[in-house]
Design a protein around this ligand. Structure first.
Ligand SMILES: [Cu+2]
Length: 566
C-alpha cells in the first residue's frame, strides 16, 4: 500500500485528475522557456506591496511541546510575543492587467480575508524576544492545482530547537510537525544568541534578514511557488531600526525588504508549474514582494534594501541601472544571509544572489534629480534550471539590451534631511579560532546528479535516518563539493550559520569569508568545493541540509543530520 508520501508524489506527478486543472493551457505543458512569456503585461504600473508585520495577540496557551520549551527558557519566556498566522488559499491580483490568481499564502489572522497581499507577514523582532507563532493550516484538502496542503514551516537562517525549524516530514522518533488541513502547530522562534546555553552567548552571530517558508518533503517547490514565504527581520541595540541610534542605518520607511521571485503565469491568471521538472523551474514573470514588475517612489536620501532571492531555481546578477540598462549606480553591501558584515563592502556595481541568499544594500538616491527613473535589473545569463552560464568566479551576463528589469524606482520630491549613515564597520565578527579549526571533525558531502535526480554522497534523502551525527558544541568542518556537470547547487544548512574558510582552496571573497561574513547558504557552481566551519550549539535533534534549487531539493538532494549530546 502506498504511504502518504508515495501517494502524494504519484498525485502530483499527474497520477490523479486534479492536476489537469493546474494546466490552464491543457496538456502538454508549455516549454519552460522564459524568453516566451505566456502573457505580456505592462511593466511598472503597480506600486510595490509592503507586507505588514503580524499583529500581537493576547497570549494563548500554546501546545504542550511549545510550553515545555518556553518553561525551559526560564525568565526570558515572560517576554514572549504571540501571533497567529493562517495558511490559506486566496485570490490575489499579481498585476492589474491579469485576472486574479489562486495562491497559497500566510495571512495574519488580524488582517481581513480579502487582503490583497500575497507575501507573508513581515516579522520585525528584537533579538531576545521569543515569538510564539501559531500556524493554522486552513488550506483546502481538495484543492485544485499543484502543491500539497500538508505544511511545515521552516525558519530559514534560524538558530532554534530543531522541532520548531520545520522538519520536512512526520517520522518515527520526531514530534509530529507536519500539519494537515485543519491542524495547527505552535512554533517557538526564541531568538536567543548562539551559545546561550553555555553561559557564553555570542552576539557576533546575530542575524538580520531571515525568512520563513514551507518545507514539506518532496513538495517545497510547488508550495513555495504558490506563495508560502515571508520575511523575518531582527534588530538589537546595534542595528536598532532607528537611524538616530546604534549604527544609524536607514530605518523605518527607508528600510525595505524585497523578495524577488519568478513565476510562470497563464493569461487566465493561474500559476503554471511543472511538478516533474527535476532540473529547476524558471518563471517568465518577475515578482517583487508578490507583485509583478512593481515600482517604488523614493525620496532623495539613503535606503536600506533587504534583497532576498526567493526563487525556486533562478539566480540574479543585479544592478541599479538607467532605463537603457546602463550606468550602474553604487551599491553598498552591508549584510548577507548571516546578518551584518563586519565591514561595509562599498561602491559595488553588482550583487549576485543564488536561491535563498540575501544581500542587504544601501542605495543613496540623494544625487538624482526628481523624476529620475532607475531600475533593479538582472544581468544573469540563465535559461534553464541548470543555473547561470559561467561559474561562480565569472557568472556570464546577457547583453545589456537583454537584461531584465525587475522593478522601477522613481525619485521624487526635493532635498530631504537624511540622518542615516553608511558606517565602515558594522557588526564585529571574530574569525573562528585556530584551536577550534584544528579540533574540528571533518565531513565531506558531494552533490551530484544521479539517475536523473539529485543525490548527496550518492544517496537520495532518507528522512528517517541521519547521514551525520555532529556533537552539540563541538567544532565541525564540512566540505561541500559539487560533483560537476555544470549544475549549480546552493547548499543550505539548517539550525546554525556557517563560516566559510575556503572556496576552491582559496580565500573566499568579502561577502563570504569568515571574519567578515556568516552564511546559511553556500552556492556551488559546477566542480566547486567549499570548506565551512560549523559548531552546532545549544540544541539537539534532527535537522537537514539540502540544495536550495528547490526542484533539486524536492528530487532528493537533501540529507538529515542529528545533533547529539556529547
Ligand atoms: Cu542543486
Amino acid at each position: 500500500m502506498l504511504d502518504r508520501r508515495q501517494a502524494m508524489r504519484l498525485a502530483a506527478l499527474g497520477g490523479i485528475a486534479p492536476l489537469a486543472h493546474a494546466n490552464p493551457l491543457n496538456c502538454p505543458f508549455p516549454d519552460n522557456d522564459d524568453d516566451q512569456p505566456l502573457v505580456r503585461l505592462t511593466p511598472f504600473i503597480q506600486p510595490l506591496p509592503f507586507p505588514p508585520p503580524p499583529t500581537q495577540v493576547a497570549p494563548f496557551r500554546p501546545s504542550a511541546l511549545c510550553e515545555q520549551h518556553l518553561t525551559e527558557m526560564g525568565s526570558v519566556a515572560s517576554k514572549a510575543q504571540f501571533c497567529e498566522i493562517v495558511e490559506e488559499e486566496a485570490l490575489v491580483s499579481l498585476h492589474p492587467e491579469l485576472p486574479q490568481t489562486p495562491v497559497w499564502r500566510y495571512r495574519d489572522t488580524s488582517v481581513p480575508e480579502d487582503s490583497p497581499i500575497l507575501a507573508g507577514p513581515t516579522f520585525v523582532v528584537r533579538m531576545g524576544n521569543p515569538q510564539v507563532v501559531r500556524f493554522l493550516n486552513r488550506l483546502p484538502s481538495d484543492h485544485i492545482g499543484f502543491g500539497v496542503p500538508h505544511l511545515t514551516t521552516h525558519f530559514h537562517g534560524g538558530h532554534m530547537a530543531p522541532v520548531f525549524d520545520g522538519f520536512p516530514e512526520n517520522v518515527p522518533g520526531v514530534p509530529h510537525v507536519v500539519r494537515e488541513p485543519g491542524e495547527d502547530f505552535d512554533y517557538l522562534w526564541a531568538q536567543q544568541d548562539v551559545g546561550f546555553s553555555t553561559g557564553n552567548p555570542d552576539p557576533d552571530e546575530r542575524p538580520s534578514t531571515q525568512w520563513y517558508h514551507d518545507h514539506l518533503l518532496d513538495f517545497t517547490g510547488p508550495n513555495v511557488m504558490r506563495g508560502l514565504a515571508g520575511f523575518y527581520l531582527i534588530f538589537d541595540e546595534l542595528d536598532t531600526g532607528n537611524e538616530m541610534t546604534g549604527l544609524r542605518l536607514p530605518s523605518g520607511p527607508f528600510d525595505i525588504p524585497l523578495v524577488i521571485q519568478d513565476k510562470r503565469i497563464a493569461p487566465d491568471g493561474t500559476m503554471v508549474y511543472q511538478p516533474g521538472d527535476f532540473d529547476g523551474f524558471l518563471g517568465d514573470q518577475m515578482l517583487v514582494n508578490g507583485a509583478i514588475d512593481p515600482f517604488l517612489e523614493v525620496k532623495r536620501r539613503k535606503y536600506r534594501f533587504r534583497v532576498l532571492n526567493g526563487s525556486n531555481a533562478r539566480m540574479y546578477k543585479l544592478r541599479i541601472t538607467d532605463e537603457n540598462n546602463r550606468n550602474p549606480k553604487p551599491i553598498h553591501v552591508i549584510a548577507t544571509d548571516g546578518g551584518l558584515l563586519a565591514q561595509t563592502y562599498r561602491n559595488r556595481r553588482t550583487i549576485f544572489l543564488g536561491m535563498a541568499e540575501r544581500a542587504e544594500i544601501i542605495i543613496d538616491f540623494s544625487k538624482f534629480a526628481p523624476g529620475t527613473e532607475l531600475y533593479l535589473t538582472n544581468f544573469c545569463s540563465q535559461d534553464s534550471g541548470r543555473g547561470p552560464d559561467g561559474d561562480f568566479e565569472e557568472v556570464k551576463e546577457v547583453d545589456k539590451d537583454d537584461a531584465r528589469k525587475i522593478m522601477k524606482f522613481v525619485v521624487t520630491g526635493g532635498a530631504v534631511r537624511d540622518r542615516s549613515q553608511i558606517p565602515k564597520k558594522l557588526r564585529p565578527l571574530r574569525p573562528v579560532p585556530k584551536d577550534a579549526i584544528d579540533a574540528a571533525v571533518h565531513r565531506h558531502f558531494e552533490f551530484e546528479r544521479k539517475g536523473g535526480a539529485w543525490a548527496v554522497n550518492g544517496e537520495f534523502i532518507d528522512i528517517e535516518h541521519p547521514s551525520a551525527r555532529p556533537k552539540k558544541g563541538k567544532p565541525e568542518i564540512w566540505h561541500f563539493e559539487n560533483g560537476g556537470g555544470g549544475w549549480w547547487h546552493p547548499i543550505h544548512v539548517h539550525i546554525e550559520l556557517g563560516r566559510m574558510l575556503s572556496r576552491n582552496g582559496a580565500r573566499p571573497g568579502p561577502l563570504e569569508r569568515d571574519g567578515n561574513a556568516k552564511k546559511d547558504t553556500f552556492n556551488l557552481s559546477g566542480g566547486d568545493e567549499v570548506e565551512v566551519f560549523f559548531n552546532f550549539r545549544d540544541f539537539t535533534g534532527p535537522s537537514v541540509f539540502h540544495c536550495h534549487n528547490i526542484e533539486h531539493e524536492d528530487h532528493f538532494m537533501m540529507a538529515r543530520f542529528d545533533i547529539e549530546d556529547c
